[in-house]
Ligand binder design. Structure first.
Ligand code: SAM
Ligand code: SF4
Length: 476
């Protein structure tokens, strides 16, 4: 089965669509990079600025404010954003009052380089300071450069209703928590997005209900490690206040699924060290929770996993995979893999290939290691695998994954799936596409069907990247 990426490459740099607001005094152009969490954050920023009288434009030449929501996860992501900012800077020559701002993960680390050395921007705002943007804009208008990169232990933006501007009107993201406490040694997220904190479950259910009432058919609950979601439960699993209800991730899933039985529910990302059987049983119990789990493994070598500080072993990971197969037969599984981490030997690399062959992931996001400033790996380990070797190992991992994806796809031939139609196919306006519960993207003839409908599709053909089918039951 081929599983569509949560945020695919083609979405990188996506801009918000135009909104008409006749009373708007100013225009905002907002571009987003990185993970689903960042795209979800951009919707919060748009909401905050709409309340301040901004309308959203997709015309960069006719805007008063350009904001770019950035990603720091790998060096390449940062370079893409810097190139983009240099392009924006040229626009300022003809329009001196244009304000350019950087949001998100690059804010903290690169604030001085962006504001002072390269002088690329006027405004720098970290992921927990978006409520402050209106004030920061005023400061810029008053002639100052403006920065707020303070991270918070409480901020969840729970009370802000995001504007769903990049959405297809069918599926939407809901952030259920922010930050991350895991401290994987390669990862910059705990530094850029701060401490982990969970959002009040009642506001999550309320947001899901609001989306459903507006016609949305599917939501994805988002967090860096959704399995450690907890409300009124301490880190060592004790109830904090007995007088108030408490809830873990499995219970949150059940709460949303039961409150909205007609809404499809997805979630991302799960962490192998924290993912419990309770989550799998909850998924099994509720038809509307999609049978798809993204469970990043990173490496198949215990030595690498230990140095990465992932908190599990190869054996533990395989135990989680077995539990998924036992409790949720037919559930699809995807993963993230990193090649060429510090001190990775050929043997470690082989352990990754072996693990892949044991699990046969339906899909994987695959990267070569990119050292990130400030992380444990950068401070204490040596980035000593040559780039060429990192890339060679990555291409071996990709090749193996492609063969597994094709194998998985072929198993779908002849099966019928209930598909939620999301969009017109990129290749032909005569075709529509959407996903089944297992998150495979399926392409089929348009017929009389439309975006937002459910259709039953029988799979007749596939490549390693696509399932192709025929609608056998329409408009449900
Ligand atoms: N919180 C999720 C998790 O634990 O899997 C996802 C975090 S991150 C946004 C997504 C993926 O980027 C990670 O799973 C990892 O494979 C990859 N990644 C993170 N840091 C990286 C680095 N320094 N070099 C290469 N890949 C990296
Ligand atoms: Fe990064 Fe690890 Fe947290 Fe994922 S769990 S965001 S990889 S530190």
């Amino acid at each position: 089965m081929i599983i569509e990426k949560l945020i695919d490459e083609s979405k990188q740099g996506e801009i918000f669509n135009e909104t008409s607001n006749n009373k708007a005094l100013k225009k905002l152009y907002l571009e987003s990079y990185g993970c689903a969490m960042n795209f979800s954050d951009s919707e919060i920023v748009a909401s905050i600025l709409q309340k301040e009288g901004f309308s959203i434009t997709n015309n960069i030449k006719d805007t008063d404010l350009i904001l770019i929501n950035t990603c720091s996860i790998r060096d390449k992501a940062e370079q893409t954003v810097k190139t983009r900012l240099r392009g924006f800077r040229k626009l300022k020559k003809n329009k001196p009052n244009l304000i350019i701002g950087v949001l998100g993960c690059m804010a903290e680390r690169l604030k001085s380089s962006l504001l002072e050395q390269e002088k690329l921007v006027d405004l720098v705002v970290g992921p927990d300071a978006y409520r402050d943007i209106p004030k920061l804009i005023q400061d810029v208008e008053g002639g100052q450069k403006s920065v707020n990169v303070l991270l918070s232990r409480e901020e969840t933006y729970a009370d802000i209703t995001p504007v769903r501007l990049t959405s297809n009107g069918v599926s939407a993201f809901i952030s259920i928590m922010r930050g991350c406490d895991n401290m994987c040694s390669f990862c910059v997220v705990p530094f850029t997005r701060g401490r982990e904190r969970s959002r009040n479950p009642l506001t999550i259910v309320a947001e899901a209900k609001d989306l459903f009432n507006k016609g949305y058919k599917e939501i994805t609950l988002l967090g860096q490690n959704v399995d450690s979601y907890r409300w009124n439960i301490s880190k060592n699993n004790k109830v904090i206040n007995e007088d108030v209800s408490h809830i873990n991730f499995a219970q949150l899933l059940a709460l949303v699924a039961e409150a909205l039985p007609e809404l499809r529910i997805r979630f991302s990302t799960s962490h192998p060290k924290d993912m419990t059987d309770e989550v799998f049983h909850t998924m099994a119990k509720h038809d509307n929770i999609c049978k798809y789990i993204h469970l990043p493994v990173q490496s198949g070598s215990d030595k690498m996993l230990k140095d990465m500080n992932r908190g599990y072993t190869n054996k533990w990971y395989l135990n989680r995979i077995n539990a998924i197969h036992n409790i949720l037969p037919g559930c699809s599984i995807s993963t993230d893999l990193i090649t060429g981490f510090c001190n990775e030997t050929d043997e470690d690399h082989k352990a990754t290939l072996d693990l892949m062959s044991k699990v046969k992931f339906d899909f994987a996001y695959m990267f070569y290691y990119s050292e990130r400033p400030g992380t444990y790996a950068e401070r204490k380990l040596s980035d000593n695998v040559e780039l060429e070797i990192k890339k060679k190992r990555l291409s071996e991992v990709i090749e193996l994954q492609h063969s597994h994806s094709l194998e998985s796809n072929k198993k779908s031939l002849g099966n019928t799936y209930k598909v939620l139609i999301e969009k017109v196919s990129k290749k032909s306006v005569e075709n529509l596409c959407g996903r089944n519960s297992q998150n495979s993207m399926i392409v089929f003839d348009k017929g009389n069907n439309k975006i937002g409908d459910y259709v039953d599709v029988i799979i007749e053909d596939c490549t390693s990247a696509t399932l192709l089918g025929r609608v056998i039951k329409s408009n449900q």
